[in-house]
Design a protein around this ligand. Structure first.
Ligand SMILES: *Cc1c(COP(=O)(O)O)cnc(C)c1O
Length: 424
């Protein structure tokens, strides 16, 4: 199909995320993807500075992952998981248990569903149904998950009336990670915020099942990095009041923040953990909800069971992706990207229209004073050979760990060019 026909039929029939049925914004057909590059149908090549929504950590079409998919496909693509099991799922579950210290693994089919399952576990475990979370969070697009997203900027205010009402603590203060161009020291934890958490948890403990947060990095809710001391305090409070701590590691898991899991910054182990996004190296949709044996015991029969749960193809690729992660020096790679981002973005800190530049692991964020003109920023970065998807006040990148220094410099260069188009 030629580029023009593709675009036309897409516009006529295909619904895209967070978009009207026939969006005004340009949608770009991709013909192929390899390594860190997307090749558009019109022949242009773009560096995937988003790792295709943070998932493609090893790059596109990685020979090892592709081979794992082919091999599994020749054996079986799918079988139901009710009453049946298979090696790819068993191996993956054992591996995730070893990595996290959480023994029980529920394989779900997307991140949002993993969050739904975590919430069900918490409710079934405690007999209580309210959750406590912090503002500025994002946990997915299904109803249970939406209810713990930021109630104001969480993209879901339209549904407010249809959601359960949970307890929201203030947004954790930022200040963790690197702030290129800023002379200020990293900010210590704010005692007032810790007290705020103490008070709020104590006030609501009697009705709460669990505390749910994204550890250290708040992703789609605003790309903010908060002090691990807040997470440690939430762990202490959960213990003190007999609540569960749910860590949504869907964005932070598998090295993105410079540690294997976001919780590792705080030295904290949650009772329930959600994984997704990079789990299959971005190949197939798969997520997981893990918990301790104690939680599993108290849950009893977990009332959830998606049709495609434990999909062998996805589980096999996830296994290969974890092996690859184990073998590659991801820590050094992510450190290298962190320094490259800090260096490359230092120039835009203090530029007109820029509120803050921050970097943590393989995450580079330019927060702007005013909402960004998405089309204009996207045009600019594409002219510079880079694919990014800015939103709200954010122009950010989460590149694949295999991004070479030259390619990383192209990404930060494109971001700088986009900043130059901002109205001061
Ligand atoms: C992306 C994301 C989700 C939702 O995952 P989907 O696979 O899009 O359903 C949940 N929590 C966090 C922290 C995420 O980043």
């Amino acid at each position: 199909m030629d580029d023009a026909t593709l675009r036309e039929l897409d516009r006529k029939h295909v619904w895209h995320p967070y978009a009207p049925a026939s969006p005004k914004a340009l949608i770009h057909p991709v013909a192929a993807a390899e390594g860190v590059r997307l090749r558009l149908a019109d022949g242009r090549e773009l560096i995937d500075g988003m790792s295709s929504w943070w998932a493609v950590i090893h790059g596109h079409d990685h020979p090892r992952l592709t081979a794992a998919a082919h091999e599994q496909l020749d054996v079986m693509a799918h079988v139901m998981f009710g009453g049946l099991t298979h090696e790819p799922a068993v191996r993956l579950a054992r591996r995730l248990a070893e990595m996290t210290g959480l023994q029980k693994v529920f394989l779900a089919d997307s991140g949002s569903v993993a969050v739904e399952v975590a919430v069900k576990m918490a409710i079934q475990c405690t007999g209580r149904s309210r959750l406590l979370t912090v503002r500025g969070g994002y946990h997915g697009d299904t109803f249970g998950a939406m209810a713990v997203c930021d109630p104001v900027n969480g993209m879901h205010h339209l549904f407010a009336g249809a959601l359960p009402e949970h307890v929201f603590a203030d947004r954790p203060p930022g200040g963790y990670g690197l702030r290129p161009g800023a002379t200020a020291e990293p900010e210590p934890a704010d005692p007032a915020y810790l007290t705020h958490l103490d008070t709020l948890v104590a006030r609501h403990a009697h009705e709460l099942a669990a505390i749910i947060v994204e550890p250290v990095v708040q992703g789609a809710g605003g790309m903010r990095f908060y002090h691990p001391a807040y997470l440690r305090r939430l762990r202490e409070l959960a213990d003190r009041h007999g609540l569960l701590l749910i860590a949504d590691e869907i964005a932070t898991g598998f090295g993105r923040t410079g540690e294997m899991f976001g919780c590792d910054h705080a030295g904290v182990r949650p009772d329930i953990m959600c994984l997704g996004k990079a789990l299959t190296g971005g190949y197939l949709t798969l997520a997981a909800t893990l918990c301790t044996p104690e939680v599993a015991e108290r849950v009893g029969v977990l009332m959830h069971g998606p049709t495609f749960m434990g999909n062998p193809l996805a589980a096999a690729v996830a296994g290969a992706s974890l092996t690859l992660l184990e073998e590659r020096p991801w820590r050094e790679e992510v450190k290298g990207i962190e320094s490259g981002l800090a260096e490359g973005l230092a120039a835009v800190a203090g530029a007109p229209g820029v509120r803050e530049v921050r970097v943590l692991g393989a995450i580079g964020v330019v927060e702007t004073e005013r909402p960004v003109d998405v089309a204009r920023v996207q045009d600019t970065v594409m002219e510079h050979g880079v694919w990014l998807r800015p939103f709200g006040h954010l122009i950010y990148t989460m590149p694949p760990y295999v991004t070479a220094p030259d390619d990383l410099a192209m990404i930060t260069g494109a971001m700088a060019a986009a900043v130059a188009t901002l109205d001061g």
